[in-house]
Structure formats: C-alpha cells, structure tokens
Design a protein around this ligand. Structure first.
Ligand code: CA
Ligand code: FE
Length: 548
C-alpha cells in the first residue's frame, strides 16, 4: 500500500522517538506448446503430446515458413524485449509480446498474427537448433509463450513477425535429474517500483550472467497516488489499473525499461507474484480498498491474466477467478525450488492489518485455521520436499518467514508473524522430517536481511534453515535506516541493511550456499555503481549461516 507505506515511515519515526524501539513494517505496499499460447493449453508441467514444429537438434535448415506478410504497424512491435522462463531438463519457455504502442493498449490490429521463433547456438542464428511458428492472439494481448524443447545447455533465441525481428535473448535448459552440477548461480530479486528509481540493479544482474533469476513479487506497482507518484524523475502513467487494458499499460511501462529487458534477456526467470501485481496487501478475495467481492474478483482476474501475458512462464493461461501458480522446479540434483503463492489463499490480515503497533496483538491472531498458504498448498509443499532428492531445498517466498516480533508485539501483520499457527507447523515439519538444507528466499520488505529459521522458540529453537531476504530493486525503503541496530537485535535476525536497493546473487555448490548481497549506490542513477555489501555462507548440513 502506498498510503500505508508513508504511514509506516511516519509511524516508524514515531516509534523510535516514543518507545526508543523498533519498527518494521510492511510493504505498503505488499503448457504452452510450440504452437501457441492459449487459454486451452493442458496444465503446466506436461508438454503437449503432439508437438509438431519444435526441436530436432541439431537442425540445419532455416525455417521453412517465413512470415508471409508485411505487417502494417505504427512502430516496431518488439519494444518489450524477450524473456524466457521455467526451464526444466528438456525445455524452456520463450516469451515476447507484440506491442508497438505498449503504453496505449499495445497498438496491434485486432487480427491474430503469425510469429516465427528461432533457437540457435549463438546470436548469428546461422544454424537453428529449433524453430517454429506460433500465433499471437489479440485475446491475449498478442503475447507469445513458446515451449521450446532443447538439449541441456545455453541457447540463443529470437522472434520474427512480418518485417520485424526481435532482440536476441540467452536462455538455459536445466541439468537432467540424477546429475549434480558443480555449481549454479541464482539471482533473487523483488520490488521494482518504476517511480522510485532506476534499475541499475538489473543492469548489474545482467552483467553477472546468472544461470537463472527467481523473481519474488512486486513486479509492478498498481498505485497512482502520492506514494506512487514516485521519488525519482520518472513516474507511473495513467490511473490505478483495474481492467485488462489498464494492467497491460502498466506492464508496458515497466517492461519498456532497457535494464529490466537486459536482465530478462540474459537468462531464464522463475516468476511468482506478491500483492502489488493486483493491489497492495490484498488477501485472497479481500481487497485493501473497499470494494464488493465480485468487483474485486473481476479486478483480480484481470490482473492475473495480464500477469500471465507478461511473464515467461509455462503455466497455462488463467481461466476463471482462481489461478494456481505455486509450482516446483529442479536444477539437477543440486537444487529443488518450491515456488509459493502467499497471497491468493491467505486469511485476511488479523487485527485490522495494524502496522507498527507495540500493543500485544488482538485475539484474532490465534484464531484456529488462519493461513498464509492454504491447506492444499501446505500439503503440496510437504509432498514436494518429501519427494526431493536434491542437496538444497529452496523456497521462493513472498514475505518474511522468520520471527520479527518485538516484545510480543506484531509489527507487520502482513508477514508470517501474522500467521503464527501455520508458520509454526511448517517449521516444526522441517525439524520432524529432517528436510536437508532448506534455504528460504524472500522479498517484499525493501530491506536486506539474513535470518535463522528455527522450530520452536525464537533464539533457542532447533535451526531448520536460513532465510535470505533480498532488498528491493528500486522501491523506496519502508523503515528508516536509523533502526538498523534495532532489527539486528532481534534474536533470529543475523544481519540487516536498510539503506540501499539491490538484489542477491547466490552461488550454490554441493558443499555450500554463498549469498552475495549487491547494493546500488544511487538508485536515481541508471549508471550507478553496484557493490557487494556482504557475503554469507551456509555449509551444507549445518542449517546455520555465517559471514563468509
Ligand atoms: Ca509486497
Ligand atoms: Fe514491494
């Protein structure tokens, strides 16, 4: 919530002065086939049984079908760049969206358009490893999702439509199950408010060439109010989105950024959402701002559809109000990823979603059955962890999981502190089942932190994993950095850095997990220097973290 975050900041200073204490806060926020992206695809994980124009590596011929027409468009339709995502051991999704005027409805004709996709070993595209043709439909905003079946390794891809050719991107297919790569490099990132600064963090991420990115939410911000006017010299355009067209225009604005495009073009992404892809701090079908349930359900469905249109995911297009995005992935036997959805199934925030209250929480907080993930997703998480044979289990998670309460007060009811029953059950499950090497990666809160996860009492319970909380790519900090030492005094917070924007670059080997916190010197400068704040390491088998 935008207004909320301003209040959070004010409240934070008030708390410091009045109580000499702390504050935290909440983000004020908060199977395609080779032939088509369409609402009628089979559910995610399985490629379609028939898969005509894909693969055949190593291929040698140029595509048999050139786009037959010259397109009459007001401008280049590939202004939003290209992306790839959700790689597995045999395939990866390639994405683009044709939009010559991305801030004004896209600018494509009402017709469907044929798009050729090409994959090669390098950016000369001299020899194609795979290629095909896909239809970009007006119904899906002329977005394209191609499931390209490819051998393990790194590949270059592009799209062509009419006389236009897209920029090229690099993607990767994951190592096979049963093999353990020596190393994987993973970037985690979240919270890229367009009006709050530039994307120097994405520029640096692209230059680091990780194997993949895990995006943890707040890809767009929906607001149009004061907080969302922005603090840098660029700002949101148009009204707060509630319709498909308005959400498309908002994504068009964000995806017009060259540094974000570069980060997508350099490697595949696994993308999950948080609150701002719909509305700040929404919970299930309960909106933050007053709206009847049917109205909000329609808005949420529009937001979910447009999220799908703009992300390189192998998930099928959403149909209806609900949309399952939680899913798992693997990088050989080195890493299992469990990607969570902490928004769609959660109980409404308790106690009026109070922020920075130093009072004991109201009784609602312990109402039986309050949930962040819902029962089905919780069971799916246990099943996923139970089935994994990987060295490391990585949970992609939206809001802080570690205990960040203060003298019994819940400072942010939107975080896992506000859902204590389900949190305690999950952490105890990790202890009871001895799940090895759990690392939780988290976004949302616009600060960098490292936390010890424990079953049982904070500070003394059994270590069951480590949480790496990445700061925001660009979104304003929500807590004044004068509170850094207060946060560090929390028993399970190993470190905290509140003053900078950035992201986290992880290097994972069978022996250890290393997390490098990279921070932006000046978020108002797209050319800003990006440096290492600190590096932390987990030795496999320890469930504890130390400065490297
Ligand atoms: Ca958020
Ligand atoms: Fe955020």
């Amino acid at each position: 919530m935008h207004p909320l975050s301003r209040r959070t900041l004010l409240a934070a200073s008030a708390v410091t002065v009045a109580a000499g204490a702390v504050a935290s806060c909440s983000d004020d926020d908060a199977a395609p086939s080779s032939t088509a992206p369409s609402g009628s695809e089979p559910p995610a994980t399985e490629p379609p049984a028939t898969d005509p124009p894909v693969t055949d590596p190593p291929a040698t011929d140029p595509p048999a079908t050139d786009p037959p027409v010259t397109l009459d468009l007001p401008a280049d339709p590939f202004q939003l760049g290209v992306a790839s995502g959700d790689p597995d051991a045999t395939s990866v999704v390639l994405w683009t969206r044709l939009a010559p005027t991305p801030l004004e409805g896209g600018g494509m004709p009402a017709d469907d358009v044929a798009v050729v996709w090409e994959v090669a070993a390098d950016d000369t595209f001299a020899e194609l490893v795979a290629h095909g043709e896909v239809t970009a439909t007006a119904a899906d905003g002329h977005a394209v999702h191609v499931l390209a079946e490819l051998p393990e390794g790194s590949w270059t891809y592009r799209f062509r439509a009419g006389q236009y050719t897209s920029p090229a991107g690099t993607t990767r297919v994951a190592p096979a199950a049963g093999t353990t790569p020596d190393e994987v490099r993973v970037a985690t990132a979240s919270c890229q408010h367009y009006g709050h600064g530039y994307y120097a963090a994405h520029r640096d991420l692209a230059s680091q060439q990780p194997d993949f990115v895990v995006w943890l939410g707040d890809y767009i911000y929906e607001g149009a109010g004061e907080w969302d006017a922005g603090s840098s010299d660029r700002s949101h355009l148009g009204p707060e989105p509630t319709t498909v067209e308005e959400y498309r225009n908002r994504y068009g604005l964000y995806k017009s950024d060259p540094d974000l495009q570069a980060a997508h073009a350099v490697c595949p992404w696994f993308v999950i959402w948080d609150d701002h892809e719909v509305e700040n701090n929404y919970a299930g079908l309960t909106p933050q701002d007053a709206a009847d349930e049917a109205t909000f359900a329609a808005r949420r469905a529009a937001a979910y559809k447009v999220w799908w249109e703009h992300q390189p995911t192998r998930l099928p297009a959403p149909e209806g109000e609900e949309y399952r995005i939680y899913r798992s992935a693997a990088w050989g036997d080195l890493l299992t990823l469990a990607l969570l959805d902490g928004r769609q199934y959660r109980t409404d925030q308790a106690c009026g979603d109070a922020t920075l209250s130093l009072e004991p929480p109201c009784a609602d907080i312990v109402a039986p059955g309050r949930t962040m993930l819902g029962d089905e997703q919780e069971q799916w998480l246990y099943d996923t962890l139970g089935a994994s044979t990987a060295v490391w289990q990585c949970l992609g998670n939206q809001v802080i999981l570690a205990d960040a309460t203060f003298n019994g007060a819940i400072l942010n009811f939107d975080q896992w502190d506000g859902y204590p029953e389900q949190r305690a059950r999950i952490l105890q499950h990790l202890a009871d089942t001895d799940v090895p090497n759990v690392v939780v990666v988290t976004g949302d809160i616009h600060l960098a932190a490292v936390a010890q996860l424990r079953a049982g009492e904070r500070g003394t319970g059994t270590p069951v994993g480590v949480e790496f909380i990445t700061t925001s790519i660009s979104s304003d900090g929500l807590i004044g950095d004068e509170l850094t030492d207060v946060l560090k005094s929390f028993p399970d917070l190993v470190d905290a850095e509140l003053a900078h924007r950035g992201y986290t670059l992880h290097t994972v080997t069978p022996e250890r997990w290393t997390a490098e916190y990279r921070i932006v010197a000046d978020v108002d400068d797209p050319a800003s220097e990006v440096t290492v704040y600190q590096t932390y390491v987990i030795e496999a088998g320890t469930n504890t973290v130390a400065v490297a």
